[in-house]
Ligand binder design. Structure first.
Ligand SMILES: [Zn+2]
Length: 459
């Protein structure tokens, strides 16, 4: 029973409460005391130190951002401004196979390089997953955090960024790392199966590592092996991993990339529903935009990315000086991909770079840069990767509006920005991030102007 009278630290009066349970909205007052919701209902006899008149407004619990990359940015600036200001109060971190731990001494330098400019003001004090969480706690964050351990990070910690299967001993060591992370508080394991080194893992390796996750009732989060031509096969693999390990499965940023795959989300959602009916708990996260965001290195063939970013850059450099043939193969690969997807370079925009010259490219498409420099787009890609030591962010306009709407509005889907917490000042404000970093949750709730990049599903 709710007390008829009471005292709240914050009293929110007369708003329309949407409580997150799926119940219909209702007009109610909300009392907050000692950081918790103390009462909801008719609280006209309550008093509050602070009273917020919410007449005509919606009152809701903070949103959970189900897929973020705030692992490092929360240490740089724990206020998480870009998230709080869209109503997010909980972030799930450690996505797409990357987490800041385990970070053994031998890997530390490479990981700091991966982090790039954000590592500038950062004191990397941790090794194990528990140490990282302790550092996060010490730093203090305005949002709650649900951490996940990255498979790519675990793999690199044990066997480097090598493009091969692990030995039995290496697999056992990786499993031990996953167990340690779970003991320290990880909610599950994430994979990034298009990125080095995650892409070198066979399904069996992932099953072996997701087993302890399933045993503890955790979640297997996956940036699956394909979001385009082989989307359905990639979903099938994720479902199999869930079925065989008992872990819940969350497919990352569900989408259908590339014009020839538009409309495939219908099939994808049907398969997810069927798997759920079969008893495999599969869900997904998504963001409400027709463009994705990833590293520019993803334009290169898989073999050129083996060994990680540094190795990739060395290879581009070597190739430039010593082995023109290999470099030509990389260029041919990109040309062929561009031929299969006409207009590709007009739809690839640089979002982040580290150097002064790289930063000048931010906010421009590869096609624009190529035209301005009088070079081929492929040369621009290689030039940028070399100059930036592989750390270039790219936005790609690859999805169509109907697919985006379909995944965002389906009841199984959860909203995940796929973005790190940022702020418009300091080191977190120096890039041109994908608008999802600031706009995801507002855009789900309502959208005024059509996106200038919007493309209909006309195949
Ligand atoms: Zn991802």
């Amino acid at each position: 029973m709710m007390p008829a009278e009471g005292h709240a630290d914050i009293l929110i009066r007369g708003g329309e409460v949407v409580d997150g349970t799926g119940a219909p909205p209702r007009r109610a007052d909300v009392a907050v005391a000692q950081g918790r919701v103390a009462a909801v209902g008719d609280l006209s006899n309550w008093r509050g130190d602070e009273v917020i008149e919410a007449d005509g407004l919606v009152v809701a619990p903070g949103f959970i951002d189900m897929h973020t990359h705030s692992d490092i940015s929360l240490l740089v600036n724990g206020r998480a401004e870009s998230k709080l200001r869209q109503g997010v109060t909980t972030e799930v971190i450690g996505m797409c196979g990357w987490s800041p731990a385990p970070a053994p001494e031998s890997r530390r330098e490479a990981m700091i390089r991966e982090v790039g400019a954000w590592a500038k003001d950062l004191e990397w004090t941790w090794g194990g997953f528990g140490d990282y969480l302790a550092a996060l706690k010490r730093a203090g964050t305005s949002v709650n955090v649900a951490p996940v351990v990255g498979h790519g990070t675990v793999r690199a910690a044990v066997m480097g960024e090598e493009g091969r299967a692990p030995t039995a001993a290496e697999l056992a060591a990786m499993r031990r790392e996953v167990e340690l992370a779970l003991e320290a508080g990880a909610f599950g394991l994430s994979t990034g199966l298009v990125y080095a080194p995650g892409m070198w893992a066979e399904t069996e390796e992932i099953i072996a590592l997701a087993e302890p996750v399933g045993r503890q009732g955790g979640i297997y989060f996956s940036h699956i092996r394909s979001e385009s031509d082989r989307l359905m096969e990639a979903i099938e693999e994720a479902i199999r991993i869930g079925r065989e390990t008992g872990a819940s499965v969350q497919i990352a940023h569900l989408k259908a990339e590339g014009q020839r795959n538009w409309g495939k989300t219908e099939q994808a959602l049907a398969r997810i529903e069927a798997a759920r009916a079969e008893g495999v708990e599969v869900s997904y996260d998504c963001y409400p935009y027709p463009a994705w965001n990833t590293g520019l290195g993803q334009m290169l063939p898989a073999w050129a990315r083996e060994g990680g970013a540094e190795r990739m850059v060395e290879r581009l450099l070597e190739e430039r000086l010593l082995d023109k043939e290999t470099r030509d193969r990389i260029i041919a690969f990109m040309r062929q991909a561009a031929a299969e997807g006409p207009g590709r370079w007009e739809r690839r925009l640089i979002s982040s770079a580290q150097s002064e010259t790289g930063r000048a490219a931010q906010g421009r498409t590869i096609a624009q840069i190529a035209e301005q420099q009088g070079r081929d787009p492929e040369q621009v890609v290689i030039g940028l990767l070399i100059a930036e030591r592989g750390r270039v962010g790219m936005v790609g306009f690859g999805m169509c509006e109907e697919d985006v709407k379909r995944v965002v509005s389906h009841p199984v889907g959860m909203i995940g920005s796929d973005a790190a917490a940022r702020a418009p000042y300091g080191v977190l404000g120096e890039e041109h991030p994908h608008p999802r970093a600031y706009g995801t949750f507002a855009r789900v709730l309502g959208r005024r102007a059509p996106c200038p990049w919007m493309r209909r599903c006309t195949r």
